[in-house]
Design a protein around this ligand. Structure first.
Ligand SMILES: Cc1ncc(COP(=O)(O)O)c(C=O)c1O
Length: 453
């Protein structure tokens, strides 16, 4: 224990000096000791850039953390949050509501394809995933098919960090220290094969047959025990793995055949990342649920949610009318600040045509990404929408070190924020990016890769 704890204990709380140091904050998904030895701090942001406390501009190659799709500190979003804070700070969403929650739900439903019209709000992607899984289980129960309890995720899937999310997720490090997780979960194989897919722009030709694994899993457990399948349309957090052509459509067909619900986790693919409001639209597949978060407020206020098909919502609308139909919700579901930010964000997406912009930029982005092919240690480059994954060869005996060094070097020497998943560099800029800035990103990343060879 550090010395401070002792003096803290012997002094009345009010009189104890409060150190302004790096000790107390336990950073998430960060090597804390290394960070605190050499912190990477940002103090403000505008549009495509962060600024360090010293004022150095850092190009944002990652839309924050896949979320600031409209760019940073956009005036209409800032103004909406400020006005909302002054007008209504908080309103419960249990038994009461405020007008903007309905307005935002309608706007989100209008963006979603087909009969995905019912929106349940929460505060993060993890909560959105656990909410969708719970509604899926409850739906089968309400319909009298309570034997359908199994959930099927996918290897290399990321669905946040709740117990539901890590259970259906397929990242070993996120699972192995946390006990037995949810019972009755199975996993589809990941859709990536370097041998068959290396250096593909967009959806790879190879891999649709991997959806047939769902038939095998269903045969193993029997369809009467399977509640839902959850996948990211494009796996993001494990290195940008675009879906093979026809894969998602196949999953839909197999789910339909067996009465299994299909959940698309669109926490990162939602709100323009792949050139459409949702990836479901890009692939012409209507899942039973879409989870969203991040881009709904362009990252400015935490918010997440689940969009369910009409029939799912209607199935719950039974029983005595004074009793809640679903025993689930969060104190901050549809928080007024988040709703105000969400409405202003959706206005910006519409007024600046940002989803179309992402679609139009996709070929430019993909071409520029592929210019890094041939650099030392580059094993693969994948692109989809405004995302890219660049696999680097690991340093012998030290997986993840090369990626970590690249992220460090990028921030300090090249003034660009990049993201890493092990030794894979991930890029996903705000959708307001210019062609010149796309060039700048890949120039900088190219220099980073060369310097780390
Ligand atoms: C597909 C997906 N689902 C869920 C989450 C979890 O979101 P959050 O960190 O807001 O809980 C993420 C986060 O990156 C994600 O990429």
């Amino acid at each position: 224990m550090r010395a401070m704890t002792e003096s803290k204990m012997s002094m009345p709380a009010a009189a104890a000096p409060i150190p302004n140091d790096l000790d107390s904050f336990w950073l998430p998904f960060t090597p804390n000791r290394a960070f605190k030895r050499a912190p990477r701090l940002v103090a403000r942001a505008k549009d495509m850039h962060y600024y360090t406390p010293e004022g150095r501009a850092v190009l944002d190659g990652t839309a924050g953390l896949w979320c600031t799709n409209a760019g940073h500190n956009r005036d209409p979003i800032v103004a909406a949050i400020q006005a909302q804070a002054a007008e209504l700070d908080y309103a419960p969403a249990f038994q009461f509501a405020h007008p903007k929650s309905f307005e935002l739900a309608s706007r989100v439903a209008a963006l979603a394809p087909g009969d995905l019209n019912r929106v349940f709000f929460c505060n993060s992607g993890s909560e959105a995933v656990d909410t969708a899984l719970k509604i899926a289980l409850a739906y089968h129960n309400v319909r009298g098919e309570g034997t359908r309890t199994r959930l099927i995720g996918r290897e290399r899937g990321y669905h946040g960090v709740g117990f539901g999310g890590i259970s259906v997720g397929g990242i070993v490090a996120n699972r192995k220290l946390f006990g037995t997780l949810l019972a009755g979960v199975d996993h589809l194989p990941a859709t990536y094969s370097r041998e068959h897919q290396a250096f593909t722009k967009g959806e790879p030709d190879w891999g649709a047959h991997l959806a047939d694994e769902l038939e095998r899993i269903v045969a193993l457990h029997d369809a009467s025990t399977v509640a839902a399948v959850i996948v990211e349309p494009m796996a993001g957090s494990t290195g940008v793995l675009p879906p093979p052509k026809g894969y998602l459509q196949k999953l839909r067909t197999i789910c339909d055949r067996h009465g299994i619900l299909l959940i698309f986790d669109e926490v990162i693919t939602g709100f323009g990342r792949l050139g459409y409001a949702f990836a479901a639209e890009r692939y012409g597949v209507i899942p039973d649920f879409i989870t969203f978060a991040k881009g709904i407020t362009s990252g400015a206020v935490p918010m997440g949610g689940v969009i369910a098909r009409d029939g799912i919502y209607e199935t719950f609308m039974r029983g005595p009318e004074h009793v809640p139909e679903l025993f689930h919700g969060y104190t901050y579901s549809a928080h007024p600040l988040a709703c105000a930010a969400g409405l202003a964000t959706l206005d910006l997406y519409r007024d600046e045509d940002l989803f179309e912009r992402a679609k139009a930029l996709e070929p430019v982005w993909a071409d520029m990404a592929m210019t890094l092919k041939g650099l030392p240690g580059v094993l693969d480059i994948r692109t989809l929408g405004l995302t890219a994954g660049i696999d680097l060869a690991s340093r012998p005996g030290a997986p993840g070190l090369r990626g970590y060094e690249a992220m460090e070097r990028a921030f300090r020497d090249e003034s660009i924020m990049i993201r890493i998943a092990g030794d894979t560099i991930e890029l996903m800029p705000p959708l307001i990016i210019s062609e010149a800035q796309i060039g700048e990103i890949f120039d900088k990343v190219g220099r980073v890769i060369k310097a780390g060879a």
